[in-house]
Structures are given as structure tokens and as C-alpha cells.
Design a protein around this ligand. Sequence first.
Ligand SMILES: [Zn+2]
Length: 1026
Amino acid sequence: MHPPTGNERLPGRPVSGFVPGSAAAAGPPPFAAGAPLMRPGAAAPFAPPTQQPGVPPPLAGASPAAPFGAAPPAAMGGYRGPPPPQGPFGTGPPPQGPFATASPPQGPFATASPPQGPFAKAPPPQGPFAAAPPSQGPFAAGPPSQGPFAAGPPSQGPFATAPPPFRHPPSLGQPQSPTGSGMPAPTYVRPPPVQSQPPPVQGYYPGVPSSNPQFPMSRPAYQPPMQTMPPPPMGPPSSYSNQPAYPTSGPPMGTLQSLVEDFQSLSVSSAPGSLDPGVDVKGLPRPLDGDEEPAKVFEAYPLNCHPRYFRLTTHTIPASQSLVSRWHLPLGAVVHPLAESPDGEEVPVVNFGSAGVIRCRRCRTYINPYATFADAGRKWRCNLCTLLNDVPGEYFCALDASGRRYDTDQRPELSKGTVEFVAPTEYMVRPPMPPSYFFLIDVSVSAVRSGLLEVVAKTIKSCLDDLLGFPRTQIGFLTFDSTLHFHNFKSSLSQPQMMVVADLDDVFLPLPDDLLVNLVDSRHVVESFLDSLPNMFHDNVNVESALGPALKAAFMVMGQIGGKLLVFQSTLPSLGIGRLRLRGDDVRAYGTDKEHILRVPEDPFYKQMAAEFTKNQIAVDIFSFSDKYCDIASLGSLAKYTGGQVYHYPSFQATTHGEKLKHELSRDLTRETAWESVMRIRCGKGVRFTTYHGHFMLRSTDLLALPAVDSDKAFAMQLSLEETLMTTQAVYFQVALLYTSSSGERRIRVHTAAAPVVTDLSEMYRQADTGAIVSLLARIAVENSLSDKLDSVRQQLQLKLVRSLKEYRNLYVVQHRIGGRLIYPESLRYLPLYILAICKSLALRGGYADVSLDERCAAGFSMMILPARRLLNFIYPSLYRLDEVLTMEPGRIDGSLKRLPLTLQCLDTAGLYLLDDGFTFLVWLGRMLPPELVNDILGVSLANFPDLSKIQLRECNNYHSRNFMTVLRTLREKDFSCYQLPRVVRQGEQPREGFLLLSNLVEDQMAGTSSYMDWILQIHRQTQSS
Ligand SMILES: [Zn+2]
């Protein structure tokens, strides 16, 4: 607890006064003057009358003792979904009819296969192996002839003394047909060199989803052990960049390559855990291209929504429980409902007008491209539950000879996987709310001294024209330290008026209206406030922070409208309800059963408050700036249960972090946002979503309440099979997000997708999606860390990986006499590394000493919402060498940025490197880097021993610096959702180099963690043990 030094006022003593604008505020005690403000009901100058219209009685202080008791009237004002059975999101009765028998002759896939489609193409003339490109398989370091293992090592087993653990890629194709389709065996064709043409792009689905694929599928056999093999030399560090094992420009994952089960061999050469010098570390697979969106899924199912919106962990549905239990990875999906459109086109908006939104009357599915028509167009069959529905007269259209509506191509809802419906009034329980922003700003001494207030005020002011919802936008501010400062923005005022409430135990509003105002009407008052905010508290030396009471006040102000609440917190909340205590330094808790308690809120206040906020359509974003422990675990729960977000700027200083805050706050205020929304994901008979992971409040078993959701938020969920045997050919999914748009229209965004039901485990592996698996596993791991030790969480991850690889191995071990080799499916070649990276992520790595508790919790909150691409880059950051790039023509820079493996071996002491994890740009200066280059970029000479932690990277008037800033801009422009804070560290500069760089080199061994190679060896051993 902070000592009450510098607090000029007695806490708890109700004092208030008008502070007309900045001039008066600049005086010493800005809040002390004026008559005491009385409780509402008393005859005070600014107290509301007893029955204030617009202020819910319970919130106005009538029932101070029960803030979270019965829901106040305001709570009823929020959007409530209509009653389940009848409502738009109601769950219908269970489907009655058998799914399979109802399939119309013109199945949904009939129209989906254009002549050029994935099912029509003939296999390439060379046969299945001809095109298998980085063909040498995941562990190959290059073309066979050049690889260090060209001569092929002898290997008698995993623990053979011969060094070569890496086997040459499989090149013998043994005709196999995992699905028993009995297709002719492909003849053996030697894999071509890597330089060969990529294979023609093909879908890798067996045509119409079916358990009886119509195309040859083959598995390679392993290559027989070679005889002799000299240990390959470890390449010099720079060889990584020259000869990446996985060329970033590598061929796309073609049909055949993905069909090929790359049997890779990896033998342990000597003692367990030791890295034999003969092991080719360079050949290990690395995800240097980042996330691979399963684009092939889209090609195979062109009517599906783009996988960016919805992707499954394996794009198949297992036909039986036994298959599910053998698929040891999570079965589930990642949903990013408001993702930026992949092709840049706007999502088509459909208004059904008088026909009403066309939905299945039983399961409430929205009409979609997989619906089929019957009875000359008078009926439509629901693809989720097979019910035959009437087509409203207004929506009728005749069918062509194939049973397809003539207007299909003109109707987005029948031809596109992603559409948006205009929702009529029955989808509202109140008029659509105006977008509203309420700012809760801690103005205690640390906020003042760090320069935070100025950055926040300037940024908000610069965004006023771009806030969502013009001209209906509402805005308001509340500042606080040991007291609450309300600000009156009445449009008739020339300057805002401040009223101070010091009674923290019984918070009340000093004014019924004008605390949250229309931005257009009160623009000048708001601007005047923002101009004066930094000075208003310039001399404030108050160290206390009454966040809890401030939250309650904000709730009273916003309760009836809802909107976004942005909290700027600079210290540990110390006064009133919700005050928190220092608990982050309890080293004794680590490694015990109580360890996780540090990562969950201690005081139920925050979760209860979050529940109230959600009920009233308020989303909370937390911006935290403390230089000391501020209990992100507790504060973050406000964001977690309201669909919000946590931003963490430890030890914020405007000079250093100002640009990052400015960008992230602007993004937060202006990105596409859906207000007062709910999301539900329906799926076909036989499967069910069981758990959801992300930031939301679960309103019923499957309805996610999202007071606000935006284009930067993704969700993950787990799926289970409800039937012992699935008899359908495909399962359909439909994501529906009902929301209010910023323009005030009620909309339903609908994403529809289909996935084939399979009876073959190997097909599940083949269609596995690493990005989706990692997204789901990481979220589950972060959640588990809230109830378990970090070490146990990491072990669970490892166990999942081992079990799945073991299962995969069992599929093939007998027939192929695999012996001591590690094998894994091509689709999951990066999974071992990603799982290692999750274990080493900021949220889960090490123990007490490795990451500060607040940073760990903040990273955990981020990992819960990041879309797949950003999440993968966060746990396995991008590393680039820049010193050569900086001498190039600016136009060539983008194409010259090549990612490197995350290991110290890649760092040349004469090089300049950049590590980008989406949050930070870490610039690493090698010891032997030419001083001129350093001087050019930093603008100062290293010879003067500058404090690199305070260096500001700005464009200087020289070629290197301009190019360097071009690199940063280029990388930032690839993704506007993030803004990386540049930090500079010099080789050998400890301890900064350790926690800034070395801890991010996830392939290297760190204290208590394995290197990538050791990890592979461990996994390998465990997959072989029984
Ligand atoms: Zn239905």
C-alpha cells in the first residue's frame, strides 16, 4: 500500500467544486475549492433531484449497500436476446429427421465444383511424388545432392552410435491407399530437386466429401538406412540466411505434397538429451512463412466462408468417437468474425425486406449457399437439420433443370460464405445504441510525471473526427486519484466544469446529465477539456488511486447506453472498493499448489463489475502503465468478461512509449467495431461446441455476449461429437454475430462453412491446420495456468504432442518398419516447434524470476484474443538481418527481408538484427558491427556509452537511417492492428540482452528449457516408449 504522502486532502471527506477549465485548474488545489457537494436528494447546488429522469434510482445512491444485488433498471435496458425458441438466436428443438437420408440429389457440393475445380483436375503426369517440393521433407536442408546427408547415414535405431540422426527424405513410394479405394499404385518417381516447378495447385479433398475418395493417395516409405555418413559440419551462422531449410519462397503446399506422408527419420545418436555434432539442426522445419491459412480448404469448398473467419483444427469431422479419442489434439475451431476481408472487398449486405430474414424454422439457421431448394422452388431444405422449410412468397424463384435457383448468382446469401443481413426490429429490444466512449483516467502523480496525460489527451483529440458513429457518437470523461472528478460537457458551456466527489464509499453522480454527451453538440467543450487535461493536474502529487469507486461511477454514467469504457490506470488501485494489495512478489508461492492464485483476481469485485458491465453492453479496455506491480490479473478480468482488451506499458514514459500508445489507442478508437452484440455458432447434427476461449461472457450454454467486438479479436472453441457414429457426408457450421453497427443499424454477420466427415484418422492428420491448433492450444494453456502450476501446464502441452505423434506413428509403424524414426504428418511439421514456443512464451515460460507477474498476465490476456497469424508471430517472432538490407535501394527492401530461425547461431557479431513479435521491434547490434552504421541509425555514437534503454529511434539525415526507418514502416504496414515499440540492445549488454533477446530465441536452450533439437529428441523418445 502506498503511503499517503502528498495527499493534500483527507480521503473520504466530500469536497467538491467547480473548476472552470484549465485556468482555474492550474491553481494549486484544483478540486478543493467550492461548497461541499451533497448527496443526491439534498438541496445541493448540483445534486440531482430525488427522482432524476435518466438516472436509475438504485444507481443514484438509493441503495448503496447493494451495488450488485438485484439488477438495477439500467441492467434491463441492455440488449437481451429474444427468448430462445422464438428468437433469432434461439435454439430450435432437436432435429428429427435423419440427416443423411434427407440429402437432396443435388447436393451442396454439386454446384461447388467448377470444371476447373479441385476435383476435376487430373493428377500431374509425373505421378504423386514428382511434385512433392521442399520435397525433401521437413527435415531436409536442401536438395538431395547438396545436403549434408546426401551420402545417407547408417542408422540402425534411435540410439545407434552412428551420428546421423537425420535421414534423407523418403523417396520410395509404396503404393498405399489409406482409404482402401483400391486405386492403382503410383510408380516410384524420384523426387525432383527443389528447383523443380511447383505442382499444379489442386484441392486435396477427395472430391465430394466422401469416405471413398476417388483419387490415388500414397504414402511414402522411409528410405533404407544409408551406409556411411560423415558428420556434417555445422554451418557458419550466416548459412541460415543463405540457405534456409525452408525457403520463404518455397512452393505452395500442393496436393501431392500434402498427400505424401513425409516419413522422416531422426535417430538419437548418443546419450539422451545430448546434441550430437552430426545432427543437422538447420534441417529442422521452421515456420518462416508464418501462418499458413488453409487456403486449399477454400478451394475445395468455394462456398465456404474464407478460413480467415472460421477454420477448424482439422478440416474434417471424425465419424466416430473412437476416432476422436485417437485424435489427441484438440478438435475445434478458431473464429475471427470481423476479420478484415481477405480480398479487400466489403462483405455483401442483404436486406430481405418484407420477406423477413430467411431462417430454418426449427434450428434457426440462416439461409446459406448450402441450402437446397425443392418443390419447384417453393421449399428449401436446411443443411444443418435437413428440415424442409417454406420459401416465403416474396423470396420465391424458379429452379433450373438442376434444381438451382435462377437467381443464385445474384444473391450473395446463396452464393457467398460470408454475408451480412439487415436485421428487422424483432432483432432489437431497444433502438440501436449510439457508439459511445467513456474515458476513465487515473491522474495520480505517476500518470502526471510519466507524461501519460498529454499523450492520451492529444491522441483522443486527434481521433475525434474518426470516432465511430458520427453524428451520434457519445463521449465523456472521468478523472480520479483519491477522489472522483466528474466533468460537465453541457453543450452550452464554453468550458467543461469539474465536480469532485470524495465520498468513495457511496458513489453518486453529481449531475444527472451532460457527463456523457453527444460529440457533435459538445465538441468545443470536449476539445477544451482535452487541451487543458495535461495542465489541469500538472501539480498533482496525489499517489492514491480509487479505481473501484471510479468504475462504479462510470457504470452509473454509461449504464443506460452502453459502449466502450477505456480505463487508463497508472498505479495499483489503493482506495475504496476494489483496492488491491501487492502480491506479485510472493516468490514462495511458485512451484506450489498456490502458484496459480497469483494469476487470478483476488477480489471478486472485478469479476462482478465485469458481469454488470456486460449486462449493460459496456466493453472495458484496460490501459495499464505502472512502473510497479499493479495486479493486471485483477484489472484484466474487466476486459476478459466484457469482450475487451488489455494493453500493458510497464514503466510508461511518454518519450519512449508515447508513439506506441498513440497508435494503439487510435486503433482502438477507430477500428471496425460491432456494438451490443451476441455470437452463436451453430453446427450440424452430431457435433457440438463445448468450450469457448477468448474475451466474452457466456450468456447461455452457447451464446457469447460481446458488448463490443472488433476486427482485432478472435475466439477459439472446442468441439465434441454427440453421436457415436456420424452417418452424414459433411457437417455444416454457421457463425452468426448479431450486432449494432456504428451507423446504428442492427445487422447479422453470418459465416457458413462445411467440413467432410471422415472415417480415416490419417485423413484427419492430413487436413490438420497448425495455425488453428496452436491458437486453441495456446488459449487452453493460458486458461489452465489460472488453475495450475506453469510447469504442469507445459507438461500437458508436451503430453498432447507426444500422444498425437505416437498415434500417428502407430498408423504406419508396422507396415513400414519405421524402427527408430520420428515421423509426423506434413501438415503438422511445425507443431513441435510451436508447442515449444508456447511453453517459452511470456505467459507460460519459466517461473517466478523469468517474467514479472504483470507482464505474464498481460501476455496471457493478449494470447486469448489474438488472431492466428498474430499469435504465431508472437510466440515465434520474426527475426531479420538488416545490415545488408540497409545498403540497398529502398525499393528492394521489402523483398529482401528474409526471416531467420530463432537461434543465437543465426546472429553474426558483425550483423544488425531485428526481432519483431508484433509488440516490440528489438534491434540487436552485434559487437563487430561497423561503428558508422550504428552511429547513423542511432544518431549517437556508441563510444559515448549512451543508455540504450532510452534511445529514441528517429529518422536521421543519412542513407542508413532512412532505410532503417523504411524497414520499420514496411513491417508495420503489413499489419495495422499492431504497433511495435523499437528497443535497442547491444550484444553482451546484460541483463537487457537476456530478457529482450535471448529469451525470445525459442530454439535455444535457456535456463531449464530445451533447445529445439533437444525437444525433438525428447518428443521422439517419448513417442516410442509405450
Ligand atoms: Zn434447420
